[in-house]
Write a protein that binds this ligand. Sequence first.
Ligand SMILES: Cc1ncc(C[n+]2csc(CCOP(=O)(O)OP(=O)(O)O)c2C)c(N)n1
Length: 346
Amino acid sequence: MGNPSVAAPKSADPYLAFGSEKLLRLHDLMVKARVLEERLIKMSKSGDGFFWIGGPGEEGFNVPLGLQVKKGQGVQYDYLHLHYRSSAIMLALGAPVIDDIRQMRSVATDPYSKGRNFVNHPAVPDWNIVPVSPTIETQYSTSIGTGIAQAHTKTDAITIVNGGDGGTAEGDFHSCLVWANRPALPLPILIVVVNNGYAISTPEPTQHGERSIADWGKVFGMPSATVDGNDVVASWDAVAKAMAYVRKERKPYLLEAKCSRLYGHSSSSGANRIPEADCIQLLEAKMIERGLASKEDFEKVWHANQEEIDRAHQQVKQEPFPEPETIWEDVYSEGLPPSYPTKGGS
Ligand SMILES: Cc1ncc(C[n+]2csc(CCOP(=O)(O)OP(=O)(O)O)c2C)c(N)n1
């Protein structure tokens, strides 16, 4: 037992070391993501959208990840191969809440898919957000491509891929591990798996013989870690460490984040609140305990985000649905861009 009269040094407490300003920024984004997802769920239940799937419960891991991305277009910036629970990453990158609401309502103003894809399936060329696919785990295969491009470029930019635990049983995940670890050309990929313990209704322990998903790193001698994704400061540090390694060494890193799935799988399973650990409640309790913020401070944050999302929702309700004659637009290429090389190569 330590001597209780001797105060622990400030830096020994990771939350105090992090500081209230940075924590409040994380908290605001986490609340924004939660309020947005809860609005999307309500929309799906009230006929103001067709289907919901999203990431409530993952904010504590996804916000720190999004804030540490080197954002931009092209090979000198990070590429993101995300999945359908990545809304908090998008908001941390600066995506406006209204665009997710537009995709939920399938309106023509949805900038990601012009109202044609499921909600939480963004695609943003300006930020290297590769189109999210509803087929699970295929993003691990596409990440190999941008990983190869960045392995051939002098840059500190990296490829980041994330997906679920269930999907790691599929070949795409293993293709990514094999390609990323080829001695001839290691790839600068941060391979993230968010482990929420389920694939729809199938519990992880009934399907995975490996003791932990992060253990796949051992097979390749690749650094790997498991982090409590409900702990926002631990997540920040784990992402910072993993990114620093990939940026510098130009080799892959496997990071598993254990997160809650607070509203079940999707609207198909009811999207009702589930009594699992809530990363926002945990953060608020830790900050209050340490005198870093008050209950009233948090109430203001929740209120301001509710108002922002209300306004955005009201606006989207005024926006048009796609015209039927646009159905074939963007299905096939309209031709090659002028920059495409037509001579040389194969
Ligand atoms: C290739 C493919 N197979 C099956 C499905 C149906 N499906 C949708 S989500 C899902 C479960 C995914 O579980 P996990 O990878 O753990 O991610 P989570 O949804 O828990 O985040 C399945 C099987 C699909 N979309 N794509």
